[in-house]
Design a protein around this ligand. Sequence first.
Ligand code: DLL
Length: 433
Amino acid sequence: MVYDEIERASRTELRELQSDRLTRTVKRAYEDVPFYREALDAAGVEPDEIADVSAIDRLPFTTKADFRAEYPDGLVAVPREDRARLHASSGTTGKPKIVAYTAGDLGIWREVMARSLHAAGVDSADTLQNAYGYGLFTGGLGLHDGGEELGATVIPIGGSNTERQLDFLVDLDSDVLACTPSYSLHVAEALESRGIDPEELALSTVIIGAEPFTDPMRREIEAALDATAIDIYGLSEIIGPGVSIECAEAQEGLHLWEDHFYPEVIDPETGDVLHEGEEGELVLTTLTKEALPVLRYRTGDITSLTYEQCACGRTAVRMGNVTGRTDDLLIVRGANVYPSQLEAAMLDIGGVAPFYRIDLRREESLDTIEITVERHESFDGDIEELNERLRERIESVLTISADSLDIVAPGSIERTTTGKAKRVYDHRERREQ
Ligand code: DLL
């Protein structure tokens, strides 16, 4: 069942709508944002020439560096009196990216979030415990507004305060918990230490996003909370959460709301647009945003697209689960690996828990990689043998051997209770993120 008929529109209808909306977006960006006027002039593109989405690859990309260079509001297309809200996404270094919304944009956000929650199986009778952080981060207010739009009961508990999260899960019979995957694991552990059996909770769905997670990690979350884990994706620069989400019916890829956001996948090295099914960097163009129209934004997120119709009946393109970002790639002594590849390899072995950290250092101009991972509580086998198996497995994905591999006691690695999990500590140099 869809929330809005547009979710079942034919591909031809969608394409016509997208072309029409793209033309208007390009025109507005050109007229109202000096940055885009200069970028299009430099690329030799007249806004009128972009009459169809097939011409989108003539447009230049927008990058994270452009957001930083135009700080705080150089990319905003509307005067101050038309801006209804600002959010910010903080990098670990440098200036935050400030994003602006008109009242109309907030309406679109509510709509795509309500559609997302509906696709995730949430309905107006449900209680949604929203444990995403409120404030400048888009997670809290994004899920909040969408939940209200759908008619659900929203509990704006926000991030952290784990003891109260447990009280509410029990006392208020929350059906849905929305939070990062790492925090959901922390909640699961806290339930266990309080002796609460997740099977006795009303909780049926966890809506996880804002950071990458692998399939074994998802299985761990589902088992520990006795709930279905639904992947939700989004980013502040485009709108916040609600760009795409898995449907509860199929859980095979994330439906991307193509009537508002136009996706492409490119080769991150050459910038060439890739074909359906090929993995590369996701590029998004907003089709309806007023305050912050964004053309061909390089998200840095790695995924692929499929246009095959989903079993749930929605026609929107689906993107694969994002397990890494182009700037996450670890390069150690010539070996290239994404942290998610190491995570999947370690969890596949069994015996270890999804709590780990990776430390990279440079010693006498040689890079080293140290991996620390927790033993799973249920593991009662031979630790030496587990260490050996893990070492071999890590070496097979990393192509070099880890300089140290420590299996530590359950609970030793610091938990993330607010914001996004940090698992990689690169002590070699500070990198712009
Ligand atoms: O994280 C928006 C959000 C809030 C999404 C709540 C989902 C739930 P930013 O702080 O701007 O916005 O960070 C965006 O987070 O480019 C991805 O790298 C990563 N990310 C977001 N969702 C997912 C996901 C919010 N489901 C950046 N899987 C994005 C993997 C994700 N990575």
